[in-house]
Write a protein that binds this ligand. Sequence first.
Ligand code: BGC
Length: 417
Amino acid sequence: MLRKLFIGTALATSFAFSAHAADVKEVQMLHWWTSGGEAAALNVLKQDLAKEGYAWKDVPVAGGGGDAAMTALKAMVAAGNYPTASQMLGYTVLDYAAAGVMGDLTETAKKEGWDKSVPAALQKFSVYDGKWVAAPVNVHSVNWLWINKAVMDKIGGTEPKTFDDFVALLDKAKAAGVIPLALGGQNWQEATMFDSVVLSTGGPEFYKKAMNDLDEESLKSDTMKKSFDNLAKLVTYVDPNFSGRDWNLATAMVIKGDALVQVMGDWAKGEFHAANKTPGTDFLCYRFPGTDGSVIYNSDMFGMFNVPDDRKAAQVALATATLSKSFQSAFNVVKGSVPARTDVPDTDFDACGKKGIADLKKANEGGTLFGSLAQGYGAPPAVANAYKDVVSKFVHGQIKTSDEAVTELVKAIDDAK
Ligand code: BGC
């Protein structure tokens, strides 16, 4: 496991991190929260810790979805230079825990009653071998549409309830001379959108079988082919300059009214919030057509490393602050996500946040809460990377047909397992 984890280290060490001797009164945090909305959310945490006398040592590694950050983290860990904590997604936490480099926050968890307040779906990834190794920060969900309200009014659009409705809406935007769909052509963004397309095309049971259970029959089925065909259809509504575009620039296109809609996780709402935009007035949040009732989730976790004893107090302070009820509300209001605890009131959240909280509860109770394959909660990182790669090759025309796409997907996932 260690070997597998640290492959790529030689490449990663080219990241210029100083071998900073961490101070006992500081929290050193690796993360990929570098957009406007993300930085604003992180400030809430920095301020909370400053009040308790802890300095903040920022280790930001830009790149939405966190691939670059995870490469950098590998290098730090391989060099024995453990941050106090790192932002991580689901299966990555489990990989590091299995490699034996994580700390043990169980005592803090007991004192704070995390077992009772953190949903089981998150505990599956923050508890390893009976020990708390990570503090969940939030719950994001990816099956959302983010729509510019003025553009929607201008084209006379209404909420699309089915995939066909969505296509009709995109056609209206096109006819009005607006870019219908804002997308960033990076593999993780394309795959994040495809998560929703698969759920919409195949329904909840199909999503689970294909994207969480990795059932081969489902992965190569006609329904999966149809999902790729639907993805190809969506890509026809993207502007020609989409390759390589960062996700927050795609969100900015919608905020400015240059584009009608973005399909993205609710971190996009953090950008609307940072731009002082209000749901219902400036923008609209709808579930991806045909997915209402289900939630595809991911959760940012602060993976806690096994730091030397004199740095553990800072780590406990970070973990305690992260899961405090007041922080869970204040941070998630700004971040666009919803709390990682079930007992935080929705009072301070806007309409989209309130819907997000209610949807999560309903999906959790109804068995329609599913891990995002693109966002580290469907399968281990190697499989998720294989998936992102195939989806992206399809979007960019290196894989030409949906027949070929499912064959490549099955093969890539098989190789990665
Ligand atoms: C994270 C979010 C982050 C987004 C874009 C996702 O993987 O869960 O917290 O805002 O990437 O950077």
